[in-house]
Design a protein around this ligand. Structure first.
Ligand code: R7I
Ligand code: MG
Ligand code: MG
Length: 337
């Protein structure tokens, strides 16, 4: 249930499913990302000394968000910016613009200026969206704060309206998945938050694809919904794939994302975070988890985040009528942010 004001407990298993799903999608998608040079590089640096699959910036920044929320109890952009900058390592494969501006923040720049110092309108890359699942989980029981928190978490590095929109979409999809896990509800509830045109149009295409009698192949999905590094080229794709595969197995979903090409690690990590929020840790394959870098650390953070989200939970005002919308309308959200 995700009715605004109706607070339901989200089991810790779903927090762990989301965070570990995200890391698995990232770590197992990374070898398939990019052109021949990037793949060669990842073959050299894509495993830890003990042979585990390394994850990339998608997971690193998500862990930064989790640690910041646990430490601060709410989205604190200054704390988060400092963590992003402190965690930056080139070997995690950050986007070029993000790498430049994180190094500027590490040297003392204020994120409020740095976030437009590479691209004048801010980045429209998917780097804000790829870490938004953590925000979606944490704010899942506070739907009136969720979009604002997702935007703020993205704005530190991705101030462009399309970069922000991707974060809102992915955070909303995770919140909906953690509550109900019902496929079409995930799509409808997250779509109701979107107003930017490339997203709105693609969400309509995604809905049609989900209702069609014949499922499109990976190539068609890549062409019609996108498989690129821009938020508008990858976030709807990830939500569509999570919804399509939420009642099937995790490896089937990863296999499909691998065949999309393009920004595979990020589309896989966002899809897998939504899938994991709906299905929980117990549905993730042990055969993949046992090969993942830092599995125990991620599981521990998920548990701490669940505890913190529970204690910071929204207390609804007494309801005077039962006709509340599933989520607050997007216009109300945006005017509050
Ligand atoms: O979005 P970002 O953090 O990158 C995330 C991606 C994921 O796939 C990760 O797995 C990692 O591989 O990188 O990094 P940004 O540098 O902010 O954006 C990514 C790219 O989008 C940039 O390097 C640009 O190529 C492009 N881009 C833009 N190009 C022109 N004008 C983003 N914003 C703009 C823009 O405003
Ligand atoms: Mg990456
Ligand atoms: Mg990527």
């Amino acid at each position: 249930m995700s009715i605004a004001g109706d607070v339901t407990e989200i089991p810790p298993d779903r927090f762990a499913g989301c965070l570990l799903g995200l890391a698995l999608g990232d770590a197992f998608g990374a070898p398939l990302e990019g052109g021949p040079l990037e793949r060669l590089l990842w073959r050299l640096i894509g495993t830890t000394g003990s042979g585990l699959r390394r994850w990339t910036d998608d997971t690193q920044m998500s862990l930064d968000v989790a640690e910041s929320l646990i430490a601060r109890g709410a989205l604190d952009p200054d704390d988060l910016a400092a963590r992003f900058a402190g965690s930056y390592r080139w070997s995690r494969g950050y986007g070029r613009g993000a790498a430049t501006l994180l190094k500027r923040i590490a040297r003392g720049a204020d994120w409020r200026q740095a976030n437009r110092s590479v691209f004048p309108q801010g980045s429209y890359g998917n780097g804000g969206a790829m870490r938004a699942p953590v925000v979606g989980l944490f704010y899942a029981n506070r739907p009136d704060e969720l979009a604002g928190a997702a935007q703020l978490s993205a704005r530190i590095t991705h101030a462009h309206p399309l970069g922000l929109e991707g974060a809102v979409l992915v955070a909303s999809a995770v919140a909906s998945a953690a509550h109900s896990g019902r496929p079409l509800a995930i799509l409808a509830e997250s779509a109701s938050r979107c107003t930017e045109q490339p997203f709105v149009m693609r969400l309509q295409v995604a809905e049609q694809m989900l209702q069609a009698s014949v499922e499109p192949g990976a190539r068609e999905v890549a062409v019609r919904l996108g498989n690129g590094i821009a938020a508008s080229e990858s976030c709807v794709t990830a939500v569509y794939i999570a919804v399509r595969f939420v009642e099937r197995s995790f490896p089937e979903m990863l296999d499909f994302v691998g065949r999309l090409g393009g920004d595979v690690d990020t589309i896989a990590s966002m899809s897998a975070a939504i899938w994991g929020a709906a299905r929980g840790l117990s549905a993730l394959p042990e055969s993949l988890l046992e090969r993942l870098e830092d599995r125990e650390r991620i599981a521990g953070l998920a548990n701490e985040l669940a505890l913190k989200a529970g204690s910071a939970r929204y207390s609804p005002a007494p309801q005077t009528h039962q006709a509340a919308p599933l989520w607050p309308p997007a216009s109300a959200e945006r005017s509050a942010t």
